[in-house]
Write a protein that binds this ligand. Structure first.
Ligand code: SF4
Ligand code: SF4
Length: 394
C-alpha cells in the first residue's frame, strides 16, 4: 500500500479531519516554541510572528491534506531563503567590525555559531581539542548560541539526516529557487555525468584535512557565503581579493547560473561539502526514500525530476536513491504510480508509508518552523521597521 501515503482520503471531509488530527501536535509545539515571541509586548514583533505562523501552518496543513510534501515544502523553503538576506545583511552591516571572536562573548552565548562549520571543525577539534570557530573547546563553550546551533544541527541530523538540506539549509533554498525558475533546462540531466555527485565528498575531505593541518577555518574563509563568524574581509590584499573573486564566482556559478541552466540544485548536489557530511550522517538516520519495484512502471519521471542527481536506473532496480538524496520528496510528488515513498529503515517496504511520512514530517517541519520561521519573522520585522522608522538597522 503506497497510494494512501500520497493521495488524500476519499471523503474530503474525512481527509480534512484526518489532516487536522495529524496537524494537532504541531499546533501545540508551535505555540510552545513561539509563545515567548508572541508575548514580548512589541506589537510589530507580534504581527510578524502571527503572519509567519499563519503562513507556515496553512502550508503544512495543505501538505498533510493533499499528500504533496514537496509542493508546499518548497514554497516555505524558498521563502526562508529569500528572507535570509533581508534579515542577515542589515545584521552584518550593523555588526561589521565587531565580530565575536573573544572567548568572553562566546561564553556569554553572544557568538553566532554557524552550523555550516560543524562538520569542518569536528576532526580538528578531536585532534587538537580546540574548535576553530568560534573559539576554544573548553567548559563553558557549550552554552548559549553555540549550544543552540549545535543542538539544532545535531538534533536535525539525527531526526531527518540529509533532509537537513531540503528543510533547514541556509543555502539550499536559493539553489532550489533558481533551479525552479525556468520551465525547461538548457542542459539536460543526461548530459551531466552522475559521478560528479562524489565531488562534494572530496571537497569535504580536503577541507577537513586542510583545517586540521593549518588550524585555519578553511571553509569559512574560502567558501562560506555568510561569514557569520569571520566577516567579509575588505579586499585590500591579494589574498582577500582572490578569496572574494572565488566566492563570487562560486556563488554565481553554482547557486544561480548552473541551477538556471540545468533546473538542478547544483550547489547542493555537486559541490556542497556540508551536504556530503550530511549524507554520511544520514547513515544513522531512520528515514529514507524507497521505490517499490512492484508499483514502479519505470517511467523515469522521478529520475528526470530529482534536483540532486540522486536517482538513476540502478535506483529503480535497487529501490533506493543514491547517497546524495536530500529527502526533498520531489520524486514522491511526481511519481504517477505512488511507487516512491518515505520509509523507515528496517521495516518491510510496504509497511505503512503514510505513518513513515508523518513521522518524518514532524521533525522536518519543526526544523523549518523554528529555524526558517524565525528568519522569516525577523525579515518581516525589518521590513516593518523600514516602513515605520525608515531604517532596517536596529
Ligand atoms: S516516477 Fe515512479 S513509476 Fe516512474 S520510474 Fe520513478 S518510481 Fe517508477
Ligand atoms: S531522490 Fe527524491 S527525495 Fe531524494 S533528492 Fe531526489 S527527488 Fe529528492
Amino acid at each position: 500500500m503506497t497510494a494512501s501515503a500520497q493521495a488524500p482520503a476519499r471523503s474530503p471531509r474525512l481527509a480534512v479531519w484526518k489532516a487536522l488530527l495529524i496537524f494537532a501536535p504541531m499546533v501545540l509545539i508551535t505555540l510552545f516554541l513561539w509563545v515567548p515571541r508572541l508575548t514580548t509586548g512589541d506589537s510589530m514583533i507580534t504581527l510578524a510572528v502571527v503572519l509567519v505562523l499563519i503562513v507556515f501552518s496553512v502550508l503544512f496543513f495543505l501538505m498533510l491534506l493533499t499528500g504533496k510534501t514537496h509542493r508546499y515544502r518548497s514554497i516555505l523553503f524558498i521563502l526562508f531563503a529569500v528572507a535570509l538576506p533581508i534579515e542577515f545583511i542589515p545584521w552584518m552591516i550593523k555588526t561589521y567590525g565587531s565580530m565575536m571572536l573573544t572567548n568572553e562573548i562566546m561564553y556569554d552565548g553572544g557568538a553566532s555559531f554557524c552550523p555550516l562549520t560543524m562538520p569542518m571543525v569536528i576532526i580538528p577539534a578531536l585532534l587538537r581539542r580546540v574548535i576553530i570557530f568560534p573559539g576554544e573547546l573548553v567548559p563553558g563553550a557549550a552554552h548559549g548560541a553555540f549550544a543552540f546551533m549545535f543542538m539544532m544541527w545535531g538534533g536535525a541530523s539525527l531526526a531527518i539526516g540529509r533532509g537537513w538540506c531540503s528543510w533547514g539549509c541556509l543555502y539550499g533554498g536559493w539553489d532550489e529557487l533558481f533551479s525552479r525558475l525556468r520551465k525547461k533546462p538548457l542542459i539536460k540531466h543526461q548530459q551531466i555525468d552522475r559521478r560528479w555527485i562524489y565531488l562534494p565528498f572530496g571537497i569535504l575531505l580536503a577541507i577537513v584535512l586542510l583545517s586540521a593541518i593549518t588550524f585555519q577555518p578553511v571553509y569559512c574563509e574560502w567558501l562560506c557565503p555568510f561569514k557569520v563568524v569571520t566577516e567579509f574581509p575588505a579586499p585590500t590584499t591579494i589574498l582577500t581579493i582572490v578569496q572574494m573573486v572565488i566566492f563570487i564566482v562560486l556563488f554565481i556559478g553554482l547557486v544561480i547560473v548552473l541551477p538556471l541552466l540545468t533546473k538542478r540544485r547544483i550547489q547542493c548536489g555537486l559541490f556542497c561539502p556540508f551536504g556530503a557530511m550530511q549524507s554520511l550522517l544520514n547513515k544513522i538516520n531512520v528515514f529514507e526514500v524507497r521505490i517499490d519495484p512492484d508499483q514502479c512502471s519505470q517511467c523515469q519521471q522521478c529520475i528526470r525530476t530529482c534536483p540532486t542527481f540522486s536517482l538513476d536506473n540502478s535506483s529503480l532496480e535497487t529501490g533506493k536513491p543514491l547517497i546524495t538524496c536530500t529527502k526533498c520528496t520531489q520524486c514522491i510528488d511526481v511519481c504517477p504510480k505512488s511507487a516512491a515513498s518515505l520509509h523507515i529503515k528496517g521495516t518491510p517496504l510496504k509497511a505503512s508509508p503514510a505513518v513513515a511520512r508523518v513521522l518524518y514530517l514532524y521533525p522536518a517541519y519543526i526544523l523549518l518552523l523554528s529555524f526558517g520561521g524565525l528568519i522569516v519573522a525577523e525579515a518581516l520585522l525589518r521590513i516593518l521597521k523600514l516602513i515605520t522608522t525608515g531604517s532596517m538597522l536596529y
